[in-house]
Design a protein around this ligand. Structure first.
Ligand code: PLP
Length: 934
């Protein structure tokens, strides 16, 4: 069997059955009828023919072997770390964790929500602040979010943001990218040289410890900033904070950074979880997802995402951030690293790291080599006039990479994996013997306060207990390893094990993002071949995989448009047209790119209202920068007007951005770069099989036509390069082997077959359900694309049964709900993907039809509106087996509705969660265990 035939759920016979059901003789006939000829591409993808799973692994092994794993002592925010094996196998390599979706349905997400609450608790404890989110994309973007948060919260009217000169250079690059379109001026201040603070500024950014390794006492500076009305962000290293005074203790308002060195492999730059924490009073301004504690229908404590009103879906162009997919899987890993080691274990690791740094500094100074700072944690910068390159080269020859700061300075960063032998090798490269540790270090800034006092950080220090804790949490959750997750717009398809395997190979996992090019030939090949294949699939000329989520791809693409207009002297072009049906990130990204959002209406068929479009173009023609449309639309329809739309916008001097998150409906059949668009982002965590990880990681490559290529994101460390949107040149490079393997194993024919099967499955579901729930929108010949919207509004109006009730009742039937109330409130959007076989598609349709039967019983008055299986869903095992049962329907209906396998039932751990209660009583760190007593 080919890989494609395993990736695609329905086999030939099943596809024939499905085609018959919707009235088509062949898949070709269906696709001809569904896809408008104006966008249709009749060529053949110029990609390598499909390789088998074994051949693909062999090829990837050969590519991996061209990367050289060394001892990296480069530092700069990326450090060697030991991923505890129990976490590597049972989280990173475990589909129960990596195939889960973002926890929007909290009742089936209690395990990962608890892990994320542990993450938030870990971050707030270590930073000494009160509220942390879960999570940010990397340190660079977290710091950029901190800057805009400071601007919103500061009383100062100034547009100046002061940045410590000892900030990580990649952070500075991302800050520059983000500041410029928002009209923020960065003032770089060298604190050691005694630079003065400007008279007015809204925020101050400090790196702690600095990029050079220096640990400075920032308390006075922070006080000065506060009296100027500015907010202060401290970008802090969490391992250092086990020994150093916390940002919150020295007065910081915000802390930001990365949690990479808490057991998350380097991966040539990512994915890693960034973090962002704030002091009391700023929690409602915090961007990103925030886990909070609330209660369920029985009053039991239960977790869910808090303050959802801050999200871009609701606030759109008024959103303060575009972050959507984050880094949940990596946040889970980092939090489990803290659970595994506990506070004493973390402190011991930190002391060991610090001791090695003391030996490096002591030996250098004993031999007469100066270091730039007496106070440091893990990184020592040596002053070696004219000798830096030779020293770095000598260490590299012995397998240790150091940081070449400039011709006269070398930095040595110690980490958890550093040994005395590594230190000896480094000192030999300097031509210095090992001698006594330095007396200096960072003692005066020593931490005196406790952290990680919650029992969870003290209870799982044996491997047995850790293993069982991980199992207990993952058992509470519903992921793709249990059944279908029919989420429209999210494309929850197979994440094949062969695709996942290479991710944890040391040759991919243990490569520092700024390792010398001679060490990374394998990655360079992987990235350039993947970018080339994606360019072929999309019909664009150039691709960058740097953006580490779809939202970041949007920003990168819009910044390319901005750069293009400016390069032509048309900086006045700043209006971005966005249809009302767009994903919330679109509008938020446009604002971040310095554009003004003008909304274009949709007609009653769900299509872009072409008359309104013409009016809006006419009204803004001289200032039109771009239109941002999703194709197929978020309504799940192939709109025929797309070519006219592109022409009209181009005629007015604007650029066309096609949001490519829905590329699963196009691959092999249509190419946005050839049907009129100028730029798109893709979501590798949707169409190209990177798993959702419970809410990240993702990769959002940006693809452009040739005229925009020079405006693609650049290397954050290369002087003179264009703006970077992420802290590493290739973003979350460590997970690119997943998409590479997918494309390699599918080949051109397999990809075409997958698109066809996805469109077939969506039309099959639409056809089976349309007699029970109206299908809201359809395109050519009454067909949908790869997803369909079920309209529950008439049902809700007639019976009171809400879209929420249906979503929660689906849990009792053993399903994850479809996308709820997006893009249309009161609807469910179903995307079955090509990977679900006919039996699972039918199980889902049967469940939806049975639920409609239950709704009819409510409508007929057989069950009261407030007490029926829908209103009370989901039912826990505890509720169903309670000694007292007073509901008007039997327990068997509650717990074992039709189609449920009694021997393999998924029981949600909590009943329906009261979200509003949790928002009124905001608790975002681990509750005291007594909260869980009966
Ligand atoms: C998922 C999605 C996005 C955002 O992608 P993230 O990776 O979550 O940032 C944007 N647009 C559409 C249509 C999407 O479905």
């Amino acid at each position: 069997m080919t890989f494609a035939s395993r990736h695609i759920g329905p086999d030939q016979d099943e596809q024939t059955h499905m085609l018959k059901n919707i009235g088509y003789a062949s898949l070709d006939a269906l696709m001809d009828a569904a896809i408008p000829e104006v966008i249709r591409w009749h060529g053949t993808l110029d990609l390598p023919e499909a390789a088998s799973e074994e051949e693909t692994i062999a090829e990837l092994r050969a590519i991996a072997s061209r990367n050289t794993v060394t001892t990296s002592m480069i530092g700069l925010g990326y450090y060697g770390t030991f991923t505890p094996a129990v976490i590597k196998r049972n989280v990173l390599e475990n589909p129960a964790w990596y195939t889960a979706y973002t926890p929007y349905q909290p009742e089936i997400s209690q395990g990962r929500l608890e892990a994320l609450l542990n993450f938030q608790t870990m971050v707030t404890d270590l930073t000494g602040l009160t509220t942390a989110n879960a999570s940010m994309l990397d340190e660079g973007t977290a710091v950029a979010e901190a800057m805009t948060l400071a601007r919103r919260a500061s009383k100062s009217k100034s547009a100046v943001y002061v940045v410590d000169a000892d900030t990580l250079p990649q952070t500075l690059s991302v800050l520059r990218t983000r500041a410029e379109p928002l009209g923020i001026t960065l003032a770089i201040v060298d604190l050691d040289k005694g630079d003065q603070l400007p008279a007015e500024y809204f925020g101050l950014h400090l790196q702690y410890p600095g990029a050079s390794g220096a640990v400075r006492d920032h308390a006075a500076l922070i006080a000065a900033a506060h009296s100027a009305g500015a907010l202060v962000t401290v970008a802090a290293d969490l391992l250092a904070l086990t020994l150093l005074r916390a940002p919150g203790e020295i007065g910081a308002d915000i802390a930001a950074g990365t949690t990479q060195r808490f057991g998350v492999p380097l991966g040539f730059g990512g994915p890693h979880a960034g973090y962002l924490a704030v002091r009391a009073g700023l929690e409602r301004s915090l961007p990103g997802r925030l886990v909070g504690v609330s209660k369920d229908a029985d009053g039991a404590p239960a977790y869910r995402l808090a303050l959802q009103t801050r999200e871009q879906h609701i606030r759109r162009e008024k959103a303060t951030s575009n972050i959507c997919t984050a880094q949940v899987l990596l946040a889970v890993m980092a939090s489990m690293y803290a659970v595994y080691h506990g506070p004493a274990g973390l402190r011991a690791i930190a002391k060991r790291v610090h001791d090695h740094a003391l030996t490096v500094a002591g030996s250098l100074t004993a031999a007469g080599i100066a270091v730039t700072s007496d106070a440091f944690f893990d990184t020592v910068t040596a002053v070696v006039p004219g000798r830096a390159a030779a020293i770095v080269e000598a260490a590299a020859a012995e397998g240790v990479d150091l940081r070449l700061v400039d011709a006269d300075h070398v930095s040595v960063a110690c980490d958890e994996t550093t040994t005395a032998a590594h230190v000896a090798t480094v000192l030999t490269a300097f031509g210095v013997p090992v001698s006594e540790p330095s007396e200096c270090g960072a003692k005066p800034l020593g931490r005196t306060t406790d952290y990680l006092t919650h029992p969870v950080f003290h209870s799982h220090h044996s491997e047995t207990s850790m293993l069982r804790y991980l199992r207990k949490l993952s058992d509470r959750d519903y992921a793709l390893d249990r059944g279908m997750i029919p989420l429209g717009s999210c494309t929850m398809k197979l994440n094949a094990t062969t695709e996942m395997e290479p991710v944890t190979w040391p040759e991919f996992a243990n490569i520092h993002p700024y390792a010398p090019a001679s060490r990374t030939a394998g990655y360079e090949h992987l990235v350039s071949s993947l970018e080339g294949w994606l360019a072929e699939i999309t019909g664009y000329d150039a691709v960058s995989v740097q953006p580490n989520a779809g939202s970041q791809g949007e920003l990168a693409g819009l910044l390319a448009i901005r750069g293009y207009h400016r390069s032509r002297g048309e900086e006045h072009r700043n209006v971005c047209l966005i249809p009302s049906s767009a994903h919330g990130t679109n509008a938020a990204s446009a604002v971040m790119a310095g554009m003004k959002v003008v909304v274009v209406a949709c007609d009653s068929m769900g299509n872009i209202d072409m008359a309104d479009l013409s009016a809006k173009i006419a009204a803004h023609s001289s200032s039109l920068a771009a239109i941002m449309v999703t194709y197929p639309s978020t309504h799940g329809v192939y709109e025929t007007s797309i070519a006219d739309l592109c022409a009209a916008v181009h005629d007015a001097g604007g650029q066309v951005y096609v949001d490519g998150a829905n590329l699963n409906a196009l691959v092999g059949y249509a190419r946005p770069g050839r049907f009129g668009a100028d730029v798109s982002h893709l979501n590798l965590h949707k169409t190209f099989c990177i798993p959702h990880g419970g809410g990240g990681p993702g990769v959002g490559p940006v693809a452009v036509r040739a005229h925009l290529a020079e405006f693609l994101p650049g290397d954050p460390l290369r002087q003179g390069d264009h703006h970077a949107v992420s802290a590493a040149a290739h973003g979350s490079a460590g997970i690119l082997p997943i998409s590479w393997a997918y494309l390699r194993m599918m080949g051109p024919d397999g990809l075409v077959a997958a698109t066809g099967a996805a469109v077939l499955a969506a039309n099959y579901v639409a056809s089976r359900l349309s007699g029970h729930y109206p299908v809201l929108y359809a395109g050519n010949n009454g067909l949908v694309a790869h997803e369909c919207i079920l309209d529950l509004r008439p049902i809700t109006k007639a019976t009171g049964v809400s879209v929420d009730d249906v979503a929660k009742r689906l849990i009792d039937y053993g399903f994850h709900a479809p996308t709820m109330s997006f893009p249309v409130a009161g609807t469910l959007m179903v995307e079955p993907t090509e990977s679900e076989d006919l039996a699972e598609l039918d199980r889902f349709c049967d469940a939806m039809i049975a639920i409609k039967g239950e709704i009819d019983q409510v409508a007929a008055g057989e069950w009261p509106a407030g007490d029926n299986p829908l209103a009370n869903a989901p039912h826990t095992a505890s509720a169903v087996t309670a000694d007292v049962w007073e509901h008007p329907y039997p327990r068997s209906v509650a717990g074992f509705p039709p189609g449920v396998d009694r021997t393999a039932k998924y029981w949600p751990p909590v009943r329906r969660i009261d979200g509003a209660y949790g928002d009124r009583n905001l608790v975002c760190s681990c509750p005291d265990p007594s909260a869980f007593e009966d």
